[in-house]
Design a protein around this ligand. Sequence first.
Ligand code: HEM
Length: 161
Amino acid sequence: MYEFMAWLQGSAVGHAMRESGVWTYGVVNLVHILGVASLFGAVLVLDLRLLGLWRNVTLPAISKPTVPIAATGFVIAAMSGVCLLATKATEYVGNPFLYIKFPAIGLGLVNFVALKSLSAWKEHRIRELSSREQSKLAVFGRISLFCWLTALSAGRMIGYW
Ligand code: HEM
């Protein structure tokens, strides 16, 4: 772990983050928050719908805008997050919140890929789902909320360790 963090810190990204002006870290942090906000905001709406809220709004009406916003937010958060990490990567070794945050992100991604492979998800835009299928999707919505809320909370706590 330490070797990887030392390599990341010594990489071109690490150097650029530390040596390109006092505002660099702040601006990249702002970009990170914008990515996180887009990801979590979209995920929250989609997951609450999967859990059964706003049943009078069809699932496709919610999944169509929220999935691309969440995916874009994730890419922005991941790219800016690596830059933040590279700034002082070795200082994060031993930070427990990092070891909570990354597995939560990993599980959130696995859960999303698994959701997308379900026939109920694949077909939700072309037909009405049975209540059994809706309950199945709700399980994925619950896991997703747990993962992204954990990643968000642990991310916020990293700096306080
Ligand atoms: C996937 C790659 C990601 C990496 C490498 C990464 C890395 C980081 C780093 C190094 C920090 C700064 C910690 C500090 O010293 O204060 C940070 C902050 C934060 N991250 Fe991430 N992050 C990633 C994705 C995410 C995601 C997906 C979320 C939310 C679901 C998230 C939520 C946060 C939050 C809330 C903060 C606190 C920002 C602040 O208080 O200013 N991060 N992240």
